[in-house]
Design a protein around this ligand. Structure first.
Ligand SMILES: NC(=O)c1ccc[n+]([C@@H]2O[C@H](COP(=O)([O-])OP(=O)(O)OC[C@H]3O[C@@H](n4cnc5c(N)ncnc54)[C@H](OP(=O)(O)O)[C@@H]3O)[C@@H](O)[C@H]2O)c1
Length: 212
């Protein structure tokens, strides 16, 4: 599958490596394809990977993955052109500082995932990969089992393909329901961030699901 990753930072690079190991073709959509970040992300995502403009990547990708800072996400979607009919995986978290504390810019009666769907009309938007750190995206093998990856999205026909993309890179993919469940998955990411940075867990952990 041709996967366009918009943003070649920590998350974009990690996902490019992981999906290229799973056999997918990766193209990064970046503001400056000649930058050292853009070049090293492409180098690390296999021989066929390359970095290009956001517009070209948006046009090429069968799946378009958003790995941009929240504040850049609307303009990145605009630069990607029409994403109508494509699967869009939104990894972003709508982070913002309020009174010096990191929190969510959107919540309770809305979510970043739903905003993304409004900015990309007719795309099939899924929220996923926002709930763990990039280290787990690059390598999801943990000694105690598989990390869970909740996927929220409205398109039942395409959801199995998105769940499969999670499974391929080592997650236990869990259908979390419709896109508006992003309202739960984004605060859930805040819990991960809080544990990592305030509670001393560090960045190399993920949540898993136990059943009886
Ligand atoms: N870091 C994590 O562990 C983690 C985990 C889960 C979710 N997330 C979420 O994932 C998103 C990306 O996080 P990150 O840590 O990968 O951030 P990052 O390392 O800062 O990378 C962000 C990338 O987005 C690019 N970018 C910025 N503005 C852009 C625009 N207008 N158009 C296209 N590309 C643009 C930047 O490229 P330039 O070189 O052009 O600036 C950079 O390559 C965020 O929303 C974050 O909340 C992060």
């Amino acid at each position: 599958m041709k996967i366009a990753i918009i943003g070649a930072g920590s998350v974009g690079t990690a996902l490019g490596k992981a999906w290229s190991r799973a056999g997918h073709d990766i193209v990064f959509g970046v503001r400056d394809p000649t930058s050292s970040n853009a070049r090293s992300a492409a180098e690390s995502a296999g021989a066929k990977a390359r970095s290009t403009t956001v517009a070209e990547a948006g046009a090429l990708g069968e799946v378009v993955v958003l790995a941009t800072p929240w504040e850049a996400t609307e303009s990145a979607i605009g630069a990607a052109g029409s994403l109508a009919g494509k699967i869009v995986i939104d990894c972003t978290n709508p982070l913002a500082y309020r009174d010096g504390e990191l929190g969510l810019a959107v919540g309770f009666d809305g979510s970043g995932g739903e905003r993304v769907a409004a900015w990309a009309p007719k795309a099939h938007v899924f929220k996923a990969l926002n709930q763990v750190g990039y280290l787990a995206m690059e390598d999801a093998k943990f000694p105690d089992g598989f990390p869970a990856m909740f996927v929220a999205g409205d398109d039942a026909e395409r959801k199995p393909a998105v769940l499969h993309l999670m499974t391929e890179i080592g997650f236990e993919a869990v259908d979390a329901g419709p896109l508006k469940v992003s309202r739960l998955l984004e605060p859930y990411a805040m819990l991960w961030i809080h544990l990592a940075y305030n509670q001393g867990l560090g960045r190399d952990f993920a949540f898993s699901l136990l059943r009886r």
